[in-house]
Design a protein around this ligand. Structure first.
Ligand SMILES: Cc1ncc(COP(=O)(O)O)c(C=O)c1O
Length: 402
């Protein structure tokens, strides 16, 4: 006889749109802190945070309470930008206070890709230019505009199936100083993740982001940071831009920004942002962007990070993972920014093998879109040292069996 779970899986495969021929097919029953559980009560360490979303842990009581309260008060009233809604206003005000000046105007959307789309349009609108430059091995989302900014050649695997994409987009190599000269007076914007996530955690070399900032200012191009994965504490600072001391003209936020609910934003100065108000009016609009329940969740999560000094603990926790794993003979290197780690095994065959072992033994990890030789460790930032040790024990067992 088929179990409830078998029926659910069959319905999932038949009726839920699929992204690959081989989904993981683990049924989720409930989640709490750094763990989630199947209906058979099997426990998994969540080392993905789905992806870099659950920074304050699953079912964080402060977030759950804020969501319930806001759902009772009101949910959707009117399209974004018309009404004064307390959760939006309070969250925008908090984010503006956390970001360096002049980043103080927050445009709310629903997702990361939408934040990128909005930022690109704002840059074109403000500069009156059309060329947009991204970094090779960058990932910014799956919509047409965001996909146009995927780096070449890796992104080509996805892009070529969907051409034509946006015109006047080009890519330069991240961390290559001499290529910054390709940014010119024609360039509307340069879109860059301060730490490249899906490239397998690539951090900027000394002085690179400063040089990028200087070149953009020199030619009047807007610098856009994509902090969708690094934002809200993941890098060990609330925003990676603080770690590197570079302020962009626009920053894109999403993932953990919604505290587990779908929320994105691009943030800029009032001067730049106000160019979206006219010529034409309503040049960028959204129905659900900044949904009050999502803003209440994001606000509660951000306050939780601040009130409990979570971000201050991130570097130490990331370093602990690194110290406990880096001397294992199967580990080629560990690339890391705060609690975002790529554990490099140097072989995709080993990677696929260890992924199966992880699932069997109760670890949820992942590889990276452009790097299938390293596995990801990006747990909730609330993970304790005991939980780190517990997950490392399982990882070491699996590395030993490789
Ligand atoms: C750096 C970065 N930018 C943008 C996105 C796209 O975000 P979303 O999936 O919410 O559209 C992602 C998602 O993985 C990301 O890692």
């Amino acid at each position: 006889m088929k179990s409830q779970n078998d029926i659910l899986r069959r319905q999932f495969l038949s009726h839920v749109g699929q992204t690959s021929p081989a989904p993981q097919l683990i049924t989720v029953d409930r989640a709490e802190g750094v763990f989630f559980y199947t209906p058979e009560a099997k426990r998994y360490y969540d080392l993905i945070s789905g992806v870099s979303v659950s920074n304050v842990g699953h079912a964080n009581p402060a977030v759950v309470e804020a969501v319930c309260r806001q759902a009772r008060d009101y949910m959707h009233i009117m399209v974004y930008g018309e009404m004064v809604e307390r959760p939006q206003v309070e969250y925008a005000t908090l984010i503006a206070s956390l970001l360096p000046d002049p980043l103080n105007s927050v445009y709310f959307l629903n997702s990361g890709a939408e934040a990128v789309e909005g930022a690109l349009k704002l840059a074109k609108r403000y500069t009156g230019r059309t060329e947009m430059i991204s970094m090779r091995r960058a990932y910014h989302g799956s919509t047409h505009g965001a996909m146009s900014m995927m780096g070449f050649p890796e992104g080509e695997e996805w892009k070529s199936a969907f051409r034509p994409l946006l015109p006047d987009c080009k890519a330069i190599d991240y961390n290559q100083f001499e290529q910054l000269q390709q940014i010119t007076e024609r360039t509307a914007c340069v879109l860059c993740e301060p730490v490249q996530g899906e490239a397998g955690v690539r951090t900027p070399v000394e002085g690179y982001l400063q040089a990028l900032r200087e070149r953009c200012s020199e030619v009047g191009a807007l610098l856009i940071f994509d902090e969708i994965q690094t934002g809200m504490g993941r890098s060990g600072e609330m925003f990676a831009m603080k770690k590197y001391g570079v302020t962009p003209d626009i920053v894109c936020l999403a993932k953990a920004f919604g505290g587990g609910m779908p929320l994105g934003a691009f943030v800029s100065s009032n001067e730049i942002m106000n160019s979206l108000q006219s010529n034409p009016v309503l040049g960028h609009i959204t129905t659900f962007g900044g949904h009050p329940v999502c803003c209440a969740a994001g606000l509660a999560a951000a306050k939780y990070l601040i009130d409990n000094n979570i971000v201050e603990s991130v570097e130490k926790k990331g370093a602990l993972y690194q110290r406990l794993l880096e001397s294992h003979p199967q580990v080629v290197e560990i690339r890391r920014s705060g609690l975002l780690l790529a554990v490099e095994l140097g072989s995709s065959e080993k990677l696929y093998k260890i992924m199966d072992m992880f699932i069997e033994r109760g670890i949820l990890s992942d590889w990276f879109l452009y790097c299938d030789t390293a596995f990801r460790i990006s747990p909730p930032l609330t993970i304790t040292e005991e939980e780190i040790a517990g997950s490392v024990d399982i990882i070491l067992e699996c590395l030993n069996s490789l």
